[in-house]
Design a protein around this ligand. Structure first.
Ligand code: URP
Ligand code: ZN
Length: 468
């Protein structure tokens, strides 16, 4: 395997920013320091003067080829979605297994692993619990111990299809706690959403403008309060996905302050847009239909403040694109038929750098923590991933900090006929991306093929003993 010596880069970790060299050998970081020597005459030298060198991004919340019913599947598959991830500097993703209510978790896992094998970068899976039966607890144990899946997803919304009721959620939390696993929770009060949607539709209020009105701030806040209470009673660690409101975050921050093991995630779209997007006429507003929806702009400013204070630990994308044609346009006459989700995996690193670091809202070290190190720690990958230290996987992002780019659906790698970020100007782009010691991307070109990625067996308990 080719060895590499990256020289004179500005190395950025969650702890430090310093000038140095990195030696990569056999797919791993072998040494970090000054004036390092080549392994042998074949070592390729990369001069990184003027570049940042950071751990590759880890996006712990993506939905590649997600079947949402009615013959509709999210537009990126594991191959195209991970190519997009790499092009944007993300070198590991964590997607989901979503069994049907009757299906065995392990059978669904087998199918999902087969689909995910196409990935160009490393991939892990969270297991969604969509129902409860006599086998669920034992299967959850197998997921943790035999399959390296120490994280389970539960939806408090979508009760008609994949969501759980509170009694089932308590059982999942109790089981997870005994397995030292974490529950990733989609917090929206499903029954309230159903009630409001039905009310709007009955009154003929069916344009996308009514999507956020059917999922108001209270819907998220109520579910978060209930989730925090249940987690306190069961002593279960939580990961609250895609937090969109200041109201919910205030509750989460108070629980963290009191010592509860809670980690909060938000997404770039909640930091960069507000609900005025739904005022767009016709189907334009449909592009922004995701759940939870965009919020009035005071929330966006508040979320930035909480990122800065470290109360939101992770920025993930909830990448789940649907084409406008044949996808989002299904809901042109009824917002409840618009498939929920937006694309983001390709642009997360650059959006957060441009609108976070360069705007002085977060530091370089926070950028790395939010996009790589904290996801690695929370989901049992650290210090194999999310770190630059001897023995870590050589997943590295060489970042050109002044390179400009304007986002466009025409040039993106994400497989979608539009992007909510169309025309957004970025400063800072990947120059070279290493995945497991191999150059996967260099100056605009993807250099690895389908199947290059490996399944990530994750271990939260092992991580806690290694963490320094
Ligand atoms: O709107 C969203 N978030 N779509 C993706 C699926 C989910 O609910 O996480
Ligand atoms: Zn999601």
């Amino acid at each position: 395997m080719q060895s590499f010596l990256i020289r004179n880069g500005q190395i950025v970790t969650h702890l430090d920013v310093f000038k140095g060299d990195i030696l990569i050998n056999h797919g791993k970081v072998q040494q970090v320091g000054a004036n390092l020597k080549k392994v042998d005459s074949k070592t390729r030298i990369i001069e990184a003067e003027g570049l940042y060198v950071l751990p590759g991004g880890i996006d712990p919340h993506v939905h590649m080829e997600l079947d949402v019913g009615g013959g509709l599947v999210s537009a990126d598959n594991f191959e195209t979605g991970t190519a997009a991830a790499i092009a944007g500097g993300t070198t590991s993703i964590i997607d989901f297994v979503t069994p049907t209510r009757q299906q065995s978790l392990l059978e669904a896992l087998k199918e999902r692993k087969a689909a995910a094998r196409k990935s160009l970068c490393d991939y892990g899976l969270h297991m969604s619990i969509t129902g409860w039966n006599v086998h669920t607890a034992a299967e959850m144990r197998k997921c943790v111990e035999d399959e390296g899946i120490p994280s389970f997803k539960v939806y408090m919304a979508y009760k008609e299809t994949i969501g759980l009721d509170d009694k089932e959620l308590l059982k999942v939390m109790d089981t997870a706690r005994h397995l030292h696993a974490r529950i990733a929770l989609h917090c929206e009060h499903g029954d309230m959403v159903t009630y409001l949607r039905e009310r709007f539709v009955a009154k003929g209020k069916t344009i996308p403008f009514y999507h956020p009105k059917s999922r108001p701030v209270e819907v998220e806040r109520e579910a978060v309060i209930r989730a925090l209470t249940m987690a306190r009673i069961t002593r279960c660690p939580l990961y609250i996905v895609h937090v969109s409101t200041l109201d919910a975050m205030t509750e989460i921050a108070a629980a963290i302050e009191k010592g509860q093991d809670i980690m909060a995630e938000t997404c770039p779209h909640y930091l960069l847009f507000d609900d005025s997007q739904y005022d767009e006429p016709g189907v334009d507003g449909a592009a922004f239909v995701m759940s939870p929806p965009l919020r009035p702009s005071s929330h966006k400013h508040g979320l930035w403040r909480l990122l800065q204070k470290g109360q939101i630990g992770i920025v993930a994308t909830d990448h789940c694109p649907f084409n406008m044609k044949g996808g989002k346009d299904r809901g042109k006459d009824d917002f409840t038929k618009i498939p929920n989700g937006v694309a983001g995996v390709e642009h997360r690193m650059a959006l957060l750098y441009t609108y976070g670091v360069l705007a002085k809202k977060i530091s370089l070290r926070q950028w790395v923590a939010l996009t790589s190190t904290v996801p690695a720690r929370v989901f049992g990958l650290y210090p194999r991933k999310g770190a630059i230290q001897p023995g870590s996987d050589a997943d590295l992002l060489l970042w050109a900090p002044t390179k400009k780019h304007v986002i466009s659906a025409k040039t993106q790698h994400q497989r979608c006929d539009h992007t909510i970020y169309e025309g957004k100007a970025l400063t800072g782009q990947p120059h070279i991306v290493f995945v497991n010691g191999v150059i996967a991307y260099e100056e605009g070109n993807i250099l690895v093929e389908k199947g290059n990625g490996s399944y990530l067996f994750r271990d939260i308990q092992k991580e806690s003993t290694l963490t320094s």
